[in-house]
Design a protein around this ligand. Structure first.
Ligand SMILES: NC(=O)c1ccc[n+]([C@@H]2O[C@H](COP(=O)([O-])OP(=O)(O)OC[C@H]3O[C@@H](n4cnc5c(N)ncnc54)[C@H](O)[C@@H]3O)[C@@H](O)[C@H]2O)c1
Length: 310
Protein backbone atom coordinates (compact mmCIF):
# COMPACT_ATOMS: atom_id res chain seq x y z
CA UNK A 1 0.00 0.00 0.00
CA UNK A 2 1.03 3.60 -0.50
CA UNK A 3 0.67 5.14 2.97
CA UNK A 4 1.06 8.71 4.23
CA UNK A 5 1.92 8.87 7.94
CA UNK A 6 1.48 12.36 9.39
CA UNK A 7 3.80 13.13 12.30
CA UNK A 8 6.19 10.46 11.04
CA UNK A 9 9.16 12.22 12.67
CA UNK A 10 7.69 11.89 16.16
CA UNK A 11 8.23 9.51 19.06
CA UNK A 12 5.57 7.09 17.82
CA UNK A 13 5.71 8.09 14.15
CA UNK A 14 9.36 7.05 13.69
CA UNK A 15 8.57 3.47 14.73
CA UNK A 16 5.33 3.42 12.70
CA UNK A 17 7.02 4.51 9.46
CA UNK A 18 9.96 2.10 9.85
CA UNK A 19 7.62 -0.81 10.70
CA UNK A 20 5.40 -0.12 7.68
CA UNK A 21 8.39 0.31 5.37
CA UNK A 22 9.86 -3.00 6.56
CA UNK A 23 6.53 -4.61 5.64
CA UNK A 24 7.12 -3.38 2.06
CA UNK A 25 4.59 -0.57 2.08
CA UNK A 26 5.46 2.61 0.21
CA UNK A 27 5.69 5.10 3.07
CA UNK A 28 5.63 8.90 3.03
CA UNK A 29 6.25 10.69 6.32
CA UNK A 30 4.47 14.07 6.29
CA UNK A 31 5.75 16.26 9.09
CA UNK A 32 6.77 19.85 9.52
CA UNK A 33 10.06 18.69 11.10
CA UNK A 34 12.57 16.19 9.68
CA UNK A 35 13.29 12.97 11.62
CA UNK A 36 16.75 12.54 13.19
CA UNK A 37 17.20 9.40 11.05
CA UNK A 38 15.09 8.39 8.10
CA UNK A 39 14.40 4.65 7.89
CA UNK A 40 15.07 2.82 4.63
CA UNK A 41 12.08 2.96 2.34
CA UNK A 42 10.60 6.10 3.95
CA UNK A 43 10.32 9.35 2.01
CA UNK A 44 9.92 12.60 3.95
CA UNK A 45 7.72 15.49 2.89
CA UNK A 46 7.86 18.77 4.83
CA UNK A 47 4.40 20.23 5.37
CA UNK A 48 2.51 22.28 7.94
CA UNK A 49 -0.77 20.40 8.27
CA UNK A 50 -2.53 23.35 9.91
CA UNK A 51 -2.30 24.94 6.44
CA UNK A 52 -5.42 23.75 4.61
CA UNK A 53 -4.17 24.37 1.07
CA UNK A 54 -0.80 22.77 1.77
CA UNK A 55 -2.60 19.70 3.14
CA UNK A 56 -4.80 19.47 0.04
CA UNK A 57 -1.68 19.77 -2.16
CA UNK A 58 0.08 17.02 -0.19
CA UNK A 59 -2.71 14.49 -0.69
CA UNK A 60 -3.39 15.44 -4.31
CA UNK A 61 0.27 14.91 -5.08
CA UNK A 62 0.84 11.73 -3.05
CA UNK A 63 -2.55 10.06 -3.69
CA UNK A 64 -2.12 7.49 -0.87
CA UNK A 65 -4.41 4.52 -0.40
CA UNK A 66 -4.05 4.79 3.37
CA UNK A 67 -3.32 7.53 5.92
CA UNK A 68 -2.18 7.24 9.53
CA UNK A 69 -2.75 10.59 11.20
CA UNK A 70 -0.39 11.03 14.15
CA UNK A 71 0.70 14.69 13.86
CA UNK A 72 -0.28 16.70 16.92
CA UNK A 73 0.91 18.76 19.81
CA UNK A 74 1.18 15.55 21.80
CA UNK A 75 1.83 16.70 25.36
CA UNK A 76 -0.88 18.37 27.47
CA UNK A 77 0.02 21.93 28.56
CA UNK A 78 3.16 21.97 26.36
CA UNK A 79 1.73 25.01 24.52
CA UNK A 80 -0.99 27.53 25.39
CA UNK A 81 -4.36 25.80 25.69
CA UNK A 82 -5.93 27.68 22.76
CA UNK A 83 -2.97 26.76 20.54
CA UNK A 84 -3.24 23.04 21.41
CA UNK A 85 -6.97 22.96 20.69
CA UNK A 86 -6.70 24.90 17.43
CA UNK A 87 -3.63 23.07 16.13
CA UNK A 88 -4.79 19.52 16.81
CA UNK A 89 -8.35 19.97 15.61
CA UNK A 90 -7.34 21.97 12.51
CA UNK A 91 -4.81 19.32 11.43
CA UNK A 92 -7.36 16.54 11.89
CA UNK A 93 -9.98 18.46 9.93
CA UNK A 94 -7.59 19.19 7.08
CA UNK A 95 -6.36 15.58 6.84
CA UNK A 96 -9.83 14.05 7.14
CA UNK A 97 -11.13 16.33 4.41
CA UNK A 98 -8.20 16.28 1.99
CA UNK A 99 -7.14 12.61 2.19
CA UNK A 100 -10.47 10.96 1.22
CA UNK A 101 -11.04 13.66 -1.42
CA UNK A 102 -7.75 12.57 -3.00
CA UNK A 103 -8.76 8.90 -2.97
CA UNK A 104 -7.54 7.50 0.37
CA UNK A 105 -9.76 4.62 1.47
CA UNK A 106 -8.23 3.72 4.86
CA UNK A 107 -7.70 6.42 7.47
CA UNK A 108 -6.61 5.81 11.05
CA UNK A 109 -6.23 8.71 13.52
CA UNK A 110 -4.49 8.85 16.90
CA UNK A 111 -6.56 9.91 19.87
CA UNK A 112 -5.52 9.45 23.50
CA UNK A 113 -6.69 7.65 26.65
CA UNK A 114 -6.79 11.11 28.30
CA UNK A 115 -10.28 11.61 26.81
CA UNK A 116 -11.46 9.46 29.73
CA UNK A 117 -10.73 12.33 32.13
CA UNK A 118 -8.29 10.95 34.74
CA UNK A 119 -6.15 13.53 36.51
CA UNK A 120 -8.92 16.14 36.58
CA UNK A 121 -8.05 18.76 39.23
CA UNK A 122 -11.41 18.46 40.96
CA UNK A 123 -11.50 14.68 41.01
CA UNK A 124 -12.28 11.75 38.77
CA UNK A 125 -13.37 8.19 39.47
CA UNK A 126 -13.50 5.26 37.09
CA UNK A 127 -17.01 3.95 36.48
CA UNK A 128 -15.34 0.51 36.44
CA UNK A 129 -11.97 -1.13 35.88
CA UNK A 130 -10.41 -2.10 33.61
CA UNK A 131 -11.33 0.87 31.42
CA UNK A 132 -12.59 -0.07 27.99
CA UNK A 133 -13.88 1.83 24.98
CA UNK A 134 -17.43 1.98 26.38
CA UNK A 135 -16.29 3.99 29.44
CA UNK A 136 -17.70 7.57 29.52
CA UNK A 137 -15.38 10.36 28.36
CA UNK A 138 -14.76 13.56 30.35
CA UNK A 139 -11.94 15.70 28.92
CA UNK A 140 -10.74 18.46 31.23
CA UNK A 141 -8.01 20.25 29.25
CA UNK A 142 -7.40 21.41 25.68
CA UNK A 143 -5.32 18.36 24.75
CA UNK A 144 -7.90 15.77 25.82
CA UNK A 145 -10.70 17.91 24.37
CA UNK A 146 -8.82 18.14 21.05
CA UNK A 147 -8.57 14.33 21.00
CA UNK A 148 -12.29 13.95 21.63
CA UNK A 149 -12.97 16.42 18.80
CA UNK A 150 -10.69 14.29 16.58
CA UNK A 151 -12.69 11.16 17.50
CA UNK A 152 -15.92 12.98 16.60
CA UNK A 153 -14.37 14.29 13.36
CA UNK A 154 -13.56 10.70 12.39
CA UNK A 155 -17.13 9.63 13.23
CA UNK A 156 -18.46 12.51 11.14
CA UNK A 157 -16.24 11.58 8.19
CA UNK A 158 -17.41 7.95 8.40
CA UNK A 159 -21.03 9.12 8.23
CA UNK A 160 -20.16 11.52 5.38
CA UNK A 161 -18.27 8.99 3.25
CA UNK A 162 -20.09 5.74 4.08
CA UNK A 163 -18.41 2.41 3.38
CA UNK A 164 -16.28 3.85 0.55
CA UNK A 165 -13.67 4.87 3.17
CA UNK A 166 -12.74 2.82 6.24
CA UNK A 167 -12.01 4.96 9.30
CA UNK A 168 -10.54 4.08 12.68
CA UNK A 169 -9.29 5.70 15.87
CA UNK A 170 -6.75 4.41 18.33
CA UNK A 171 -5.91 5.63 21.82
CA UNK A 172 -2.29 4.63 22.44
CA UNK A 173 -1.24 4.48 26.06
CA UNK A 174 2.00 6.24 27.21
CA UNK A 175 4.32 5.44 24.30
CA UNK A 176 7.74 4.00 25.15
CA UNK A 177 10.09 4.03 22.18
CA UNK A 178 12.80 1.35 21.96
CA UNK A 179 15.68 3.60 23.08
CA UNK A 180 13.77 4.53 26.24
CA UNK A 181 14.18 1.01 27.65
CA UNK A 182 17.93 1.75 27.56
CA UNK A 183 17.59 5.00 29.50
CA UNK A 184 16.68 7.70 26.98
CA UNK A 185 14.23 10.22 28.44
CA UNK A 186 10.52 9.53 27.94
CA UNK A 187 7.92 12.03 26.73
CA UNK A 188 7.76 13.36 30.32
CA UNK A 189 11.52 13.96 30.45
CA UNK A 190 12.31 11.32 33.07
CA UNK A 191 13.50 7.76 32.42
CA UNK A 192 11.46 4.56 32.66
CA UNK A 193 13.53 3.54 35.71
CA UNK A 194 12.64 6.86 37.36
CA UNK A 195 8.96 6.36 36.50
CA UNK A 196 8.99 2.94 38.15
CA UNK A 197 10.78 4.23 41.24
CA UNK A 198 8.36 7.17 41.56
CA UNK A 199 4.85 5.73 41.16
CA UNK A 200 3.36 9.21 41.50
CA UNK A 201 4.75 9.98 38.00
CA UNK A 202 3.04 6.98 36.37
CA UNK A 203 -0.11 7.36 38.49
CA UNK A 204 -1.12 10.47 36.51
CA UNK A 205 -1.83 8.21 33.53
CA UNK A 206 -2.99 5.23 35.63
CA UNK A 207 0.31 3.35 35.02
CA UNK A 208 -0.50 2.80 31.36
CA UNK A 209 2.10 2.32 28.61
CA UNK A 210 2.65 0.74 25.22
CA UNK A 211 5.90 -0.13 23.48
CA UNK A 212 6.07 1.92 20.26
CA UNK A 213 6.73 -1.29 18.28
CA UNK A 214 3.51 -2.83 19.62
CA UNK A 215 1.61 0.34 18.72
CA UNK A 216 3.13 0.20 15.21
CA UNK A 217 2.01 -3.44 14.93
CA UNK A 218 -1.49 -2.32 15.89
CA UNK A 219 -1.36 0.17 12.99
CA UNK A 220 -0.33 -2.66 10.65
CA UNK A 221 -3.13 -4.88 11.97
CA UNK A 222 -5.69 -2.11 11.52
CA UNK A 223 -4.55 -1.36 7.96
CA UNK A 224 -4.82 -5.06 7.11
CA UNK A 225 -8.15 -5.62 8.85
CA UNK A 226 -10.00 -2.31 8.48
CA UNK A 227 -12.53 -3.86 6.10
CA UNK A 228 -13.56 -6.39 8.72
CA UNK A 229 -14.39 -4.08 11.67
CA UNK A 230 -17.28 -1.62 12.04
CA UNK A 231 -16.41 1.65 10.36
CA UNK A 232 -15.10 4.31 12.77
CA UNK A 233 -14.30 1.91 15.65
CA UNK A 234 -12.15 3.33 18.48
CA UNK A 235 -9.53 1.08 20.10
CA UNK A 236 -7.46 1.34 23.27
CA UNK A 237 -3.92 0.22 22.53
CA UNK A 238 -2.01 -0.61 25.71
CA UNK A 239 0.39 -3.17 27.13
CA UNK A 240 -0.90 -6.31 28.83
CA UNK A 241 0.68 -5.25 32.13
CA UNK A 242 0.83 -2.06 34.19
CA UNK A 243 3.99 0.08 34.34
CA UNK A 244 4.31 -0.47 38.07
CA UNK A 245 6.29 -2.55 40.52
CA UNK A 246 3.21 -3.43 42.59
CA UNK A 247 -0.30 -4.60 41.66
CA UNK A 248 -2.69 -1.79 40.70
CA UNK A 249 -5.23 -3.21 43.18
CA UNK A 250 -2.81 -1.85 45.82
CA UNK A 251 -1.35 1.16 44.02
CA UNK A 252 -4.40 2.83 42.46
CA UNK A 253 -6.30 3.49 45.70
CA UNK A 254 -3.19 5.31 47.04
CA UNK A 255 -3.40 7.85 44.23
CA UNK A 256 -7.12 7.64 43.44
CA UNK A 257 -8.97 7.58 46.76
CA UNK A 258 -12.27 5.76 46.50
CA UNK A 259 -11.11 3.40 43.74
CA UNK A 260 -10.58 0.41 46.08
CA UNK A 261 -13.62 -1.56 44.93
CA UNK A 262 -13.07 -0.95 41.21
CA UNK A 263 -9.31 -1.60 41.50
CA UNK A 264 -9.90 -4.96 43.20
CA UNK A 265 -10.97 -6.25 39.78
CA UNK A 266 -7.36 -5.83 38.54
CA UNK A 267 -5.50 -9.05 39.30
CA UNK A 268 -1.72 -9.38 39.49
CA UNK A 269 0.07 -7.04 37.10
CA UNK A 270 -3.09 -6.33 35.03
CA UNK A 271 -3.27 -2.84 33.51
CA UNK A 272 -6.04 -0.29 34.09
CA UNK A 273 -6.87 -0.21 30.36
CA UNK A 274 -8.21 -3.13 28.39
CA UNK A 275 -7.06 -3.66 24.78
CA UNK A 276 -9.35 -6.63 24.40
CA UNK A 277 -11.39 -5.05 21.60
CA UNK A 278 -8.29 -4.85 19.38
CA UNK A 279 -7.52 -8.50 20.15
CA UNK A 280 -11.08 -9.61 19.44
CA UNK A 281 -11.64 -7.59 16.25
CA UNK A 282 -8.15 -7.37 14.74
CA UNK A 283 -6.24 -10.22 16.36
CA UNK A 284 -3.68 -7.71 17.64
CA UNK A 285 -1.97 -8.28 20.98
CA UNK A 286 0.91 -6.34 22.57
CA UNK A 287 4.05 -8.49 22.60
CA UNK A 288 6.37 -6.42 24.84
CA UNK A 289 6.34 -6.22 28.64
CA UNK A 290 8.40 -3.74 30.60
CA UNK A 291 10.12 -6.31 32.79
CA UNK A 292 11.47 -8.19 29.75
CA UNK A 293 12.42 -5.01 27.90
CA UNK A 294 14.33 -3.53 30.86
CA UNK A 295 16.05 -6.86 31.53
CA UNK A 296 17.35 -7.14 27.97
CA UNK A 297 18.07 -3.44 27.25
CA UNK A 298 21.65 -2.23 27.10
CA UNK A 299 21.76 0.53 29.69
CA UNK A 300 22.99 3.90 28.46
CA UNK A 301 23.52 7.01 30.52
CA UNK A 302 20.52 7.29 32.85
CA UNK A 303 21.62 10.52 34.50
CA UNK A 304 18.49 12.66 34.86
CA UNK A 305 18.20 15.38 32.25
CA UNK A 306 17.46 19.02 33.11
CA UNK A 307 13.84 18.55 32.02
CA UNK A 308 13.39 15.44 34.17
CA UNK A 309 14.63 17.36 37.22
CA UNK A 310 12.19 20.19 36.53
N1 LIG B 1 3.42 9.60 23.08
C1 LIG B 1 2.38 9.21 23.80
O1 LIG B 1 2.56 8.73 24.91
C2 LIG B 1 0.98 9.32 23.26
C3 LIG B 1 -0.09 8.83 24.04
C4 LIG B 1 -1.38 8.96 23.53
C5 LIG B 1 -1.60 9.52 22.30
N2 LIG B 1 -0.55 9.97 21.57
C6 LIG B 1 -0.82 10.57 20.26
O2 LIG B 1 -0.06 9.87 19.30
C7 LIG B 1 0.39 10.77 18.28
C8 LIG B 1 1.90 10.71 18.15
O3 LIG B 1 2.48 11.06 19.40
P1 LIG B 1 4.04 11.25 19.57
O4 LIG B 1 4.38 10.92 20.96
O5 LIG B 1 4.76 10.57 18.47
O6 LIG B 1 4.17 12.82 19.41
P2 LIG B 1 5.44 13.67 18.93
O7 LIG B 1 5.28 15.04 19.50
O8 LIG B 1 6.70 12.94 19.20
O9 LIG B 1 5.21 13.72 17.36
C9 LIG B 1 4.23 14.53 16.77
C10 LIG B 1 4.73 14.94 15.42
O10 LIG B 1 3.74 15.83 14.83
C11 LIG B 1 4.46 16.81 14.11
N3 LIG B 1 3.64 18.01 13.97
C12 LIG B 1 3.19 18.82 14.95
N4 LIG B 1 2.55 19.88 14.42
C13 LIG B 1 2.61 19.72 13.05
C14 LIG B 1 2.13 20.48 11.97
N5 LIG B 1 1.49 21.66 12.16
N6 LIG B 1 2.32 20.02 10.72
C15 LIG B 1 2.99 18.85 10.50
N7 LIG B 1 3.48 18.10 11.51
C16 LIG B 1 3.28 18.54 12.77
C17 LIG B 1 5.68 17.11 14.98
O11 LIG B 1 6.72 17.73 14.21
C18 LIG B 1 6.05 15.72 15.48
O12 LIG B 1 7.03 15.08 14.68
C19 LIG B 1 -0.14 12.15 18.67
O13 LIG B 1 -1.36 12.38 18.01
C20 LIG B 1 -0.37 12.01 20.16
O14 LIG B 1 -1.36 12.92 20.63
C21 LIG B 1 0.74 9.88 22.01
Amino acid sequence: MRIVVTGGSGRLGRTVVSTLARADHEVVSADRAPAPDVADGVREVAVDLTDHDATVDLFEKERPEAVVHLAAIAVPFSAPEDVILRTNTAMAWNVLEAAPAAGATRILAASSPTVIGYGAPHGWSPARLPLDETHPVAPWNAYSLSKLVIEETVAMAARRDGERVRYGVFRPCFVVSPEEWSGAPTQQGHTIAHRLAHPEDAAVSLFNYIDARDAAEFVEAWLAGADTVPNGTTFFVGADDALADAPLAELLPRFLPGSETAAAALRGDAPAFSSRLAADLLGWRPRRRWRDELATATPTDTTPTESSRA
